[in-house]
Design a protein around this ligand. Sequence first.
Ligand code: UDP
Length: 413
Amino acid sequence: MTSILDDYAAVAGEDVIHHLQQLTENLRGRRVVHVNSTREGGGVAEILNKMVPLMEALGIETHWEIITGEEEFYQCTKSFHNALQGNPIDIPGHLLEKFEETNRARAEELRPLLGDADIVLIHDPQPAPLLRYMPNRKGKWIWRCHIDLSHPYRPVWKYLREFVEGYDASIFSLSDFAQTLQHPLYLISPSIDPLSEKNVDLSIDEVQRVCEEFGLDTGRPLVTQISRFDRFKDPIGVITAYRLARRFKPDLQLVLAGGGASDDPEGAAVLEEVKTAAENDPNIHILMLPADAHRIINALQRASDVVIQKSVKEGFGLTVTEGLWKGKPVIGGNTGGIRLQVVNHHTGFLVNSPEGAALRLRYLLENPDKMTDMGRKAREFVRENFLLTRQLRGYLTAMVALIHGLGERIVTA
Ligand code: UDP
């Protein structure tokens, strides 16, 4: 084994790595390309940054390309994101034209690589039309949808489905998100990388230093939400929950830490709303972090007593897995992929309102033994279900099935 595979074996188990190697045998000499819309910020980039090197370590030729565009392209794709997660938004024709034109131009640039690749994994709607502009492609194309598609705004999904229908397969994170399509559907949940800066063990000193840097008192209780400033993440609801819980725990501190993803034009406006709601409370720490602040986020999660992810819509919620992996109970919005991870009363609590979040927060802070017990279960739950190695096993299974003609209608890999 190469050393990176040894490292994964030490955390995930040797049998897990052997299984990946066996699957890889069926992909010898094949070339795989991932395409998404950003190299940093957000869950998809987070996963690809780790999955691509792991695939290479297994001996699979793997490339990662992105599609970028002008402001109107991002306005359009952000509207897709909002509409596919349920907001009734009619997207103006000129934005759709920009979207298609950007994909057509990028397809020209990527033609030598994508046309010849054996497997192309297209992540989310932004690059979905690339397939349409690749008439003589050689390989199998998979559309990997990371977002909550359970109740899309129909006119927008109808438009996008036209692009997606030509694919050889789709992958969704949960069965709730799967849409009717005339090709094999795979259900594969996302994952975290246990070896990344975001998730490796840290010394107590390092955690302490980060707390000092941001003015946090490690002697007082702390609850943290790490998220892009996005309304679906409900940062205002988190502030409401914190205020309610603070009536019973007056020394409680709240961290809302986020940053901008380069494909998210709404972040600045939401950040302003959050600052207004915080009313200069010195115990609410709103942190704008650079995209590479992985160790800082790791330390903030470790310094927390409870991690919160009060999203009202969530494709999966990597921040939930990250919190669980650090042995923290997570209070999560009762939505999307959070439901897969927060096993109510075992790894945390699912909540439907700021009041519910406040109630659970207070309960946990008043029951430290329960908090420790839940945290222990949380970490093991992630080891079994949500490490990168398990997600890659799902992808490789789908690739092998498609290349060797074993595609079924719905497969849970
Ligand atoms: N993240 C980060 N910096 C930030 C905010 C988030 O590095 O300021 C990371 C976070 O730790 C997680 C990912 O970005 O790994 C967010 O993924 P998630 O699935 O929670 O949400 P998404 O942004 O994809 O909706």
